[in-house]
Design a protein around this ligand. Structure first.
Ligand SMILES: Nc1ncnc2c1ncn2[C@@H]1O[C@H](COP(=O)(O)OP(=O)(O)O)[C@@H](O)[C@H]1O
Ligand SMILES: [Mg+2]
Length: 329
């Protein structure tokens, strides 16, 4: 994909939280939720970020958009630098505000992100007016069109969130984000709260909208199978670091890292791609406060040897466009 244009370039991104070391001490420890992540997101493509709960996916999404302050690294969006921590360069708030409409974020919980006292229509219209997306007199019609494009009836415009099902609410949240005609949409587990049957309908709608409006997705999920279906490329995250990345089908069908293989092995047996006899993860996920020395996955890896326990593997290209951080690869 190197002959295409990047929309986002993420270099050595870090987000450390300072957390208490326990209830009996004032000492603070550094929790490295995102620990030196570099990624490129290509225009009009979808990049999936996959990993177990707590591995730093949401923190990464929010840091890229500068909804939370970064601890290190840089992000360039459409040729404009949002920040470069080491060089002490940060885009000023005014410029950042005007870029906000180009970068949308859709969260997992559709109820929490809608005001229960506001109609769906007013919620969508507020952003459209604030960012002057269409002339004021066309705003209502435009918002109704957007709700319908996202699979809702036009009556949705005058409805309140509590009159909706979970799936309809999530469609409304997506319509609100897309009404600003963003170039980049970060979706953080957008369908995890929905029934499986509804999930695929909403995901298909999201793909249709991408085709019509030509924007770029960063798709965050704990489900490797859903991500393969949705994305062109996948980056697998483990305890704050990317351990494998490549084209979606390559990562799914020809995974290299034992962690990726274990994620696939943990899918229900009926799933395609799951290979019989693949060894499952042993032990549970370590705390981010206590990341293992050497390869951070070695405490759960069925193949770990002495080198894995002492030396941290680099993320390196194994095949064309397919990288993994594993000594055994
Ligand atoms: N505001 C915060 N303060 C301290 N620690 C946090 C904060 N937000 C997240 N974390 C920690 O950072 C790690 C990554 O969290 P998160 O990004 O939410 O992971 P994911 O989205 O993959 O589930 C977790 O260990 C979590 O407890
Ligand atoms: Mg999360």
């Amino acid at each position: 994909m190197s002959n295409e244009n990047p929309l986002i370039e993420i270099n050595h991104l870090k987000k450390y939280y300072s957390v208490s070391n326990g209830i009996f001490t004032n000492k603070k420890a550094s929790l490295k939720a995102v620990d030196d992540v570099s990624l490129t997101v290509w225009k009009k493509h979808s990049l999936g970020i996959v990993g177990e709960s707590g591995c730093g996916k949401s923190t990464m999404g929010k840091t890229i958009l500068r909804l939370i302050e970064p601890s290190g690294g840089s992000v360039v969006f459409g040729g404009k630098e949002l920040f470069h921590v080491e060089e002490k360069r940060f885009m000023d708030q005014k410029q950042l505000r005007s870029l906000r409409k180009e970068m949308a974020m859709v969260f997992q919980d559709p109820y929490g992100s809608l005001n229960p006292h506001m109609t769906i229509g007013d919620a969508v219209k507020a952003g459209v007016l604030r960012h002057k997306i269409v002339p004021r007199e066309e705003a209502v019609e435009y918002c109704i069109e957007m709700l319908c494009a996202c699979g809702l009836e036009k009556e949705a415009y005058a409805s309140y969130p509590n009159e909706f099902s979970g799936g309809q609410r999530q469609r409304a949240v997506i319509a609100r984000a897309l009404a600003l005609r963003p170039r980049f949409v970060v979706c953080d587990e957008p369908t995890a709260a929905l029934d499986v049957s509804i999930q695929s309908q909403v995901l298909n709608m999201m793909l249709d909208m991408q085709e019509q409006m030509e924007f770029t997705y960063l798709f965050i999920s704990h489900n490797l199978q859903v991500t393969r279906a949705f994305c062109d490329e996948i980056a697998v995250m483990y305890l704050g670091k990317i351990v494998e990345k490549g084209k979606a089908d390559e990562v799914y069908y020809h995974s290299i890292h034992p962690y990726t293989k274990a994620l696939i092995a943990s899918l229900p047996v009926s799933e395609p791609g799951r290979k019989k006899g693949e060894r499952k993860i042993i032990n549970s996920i370590p705390s981010m406060m206590d990341v293992p020395q050497g390869c951070r996955f070695h405490t759960r890896c069925p193949y770990a040897d002495e080198k894995c326990r002492t030396e941290e593997p680099e993320l390196r290209q194994i095949e064309d466009g397919h990288a993994a951080a594993c000594h055994r690869a």
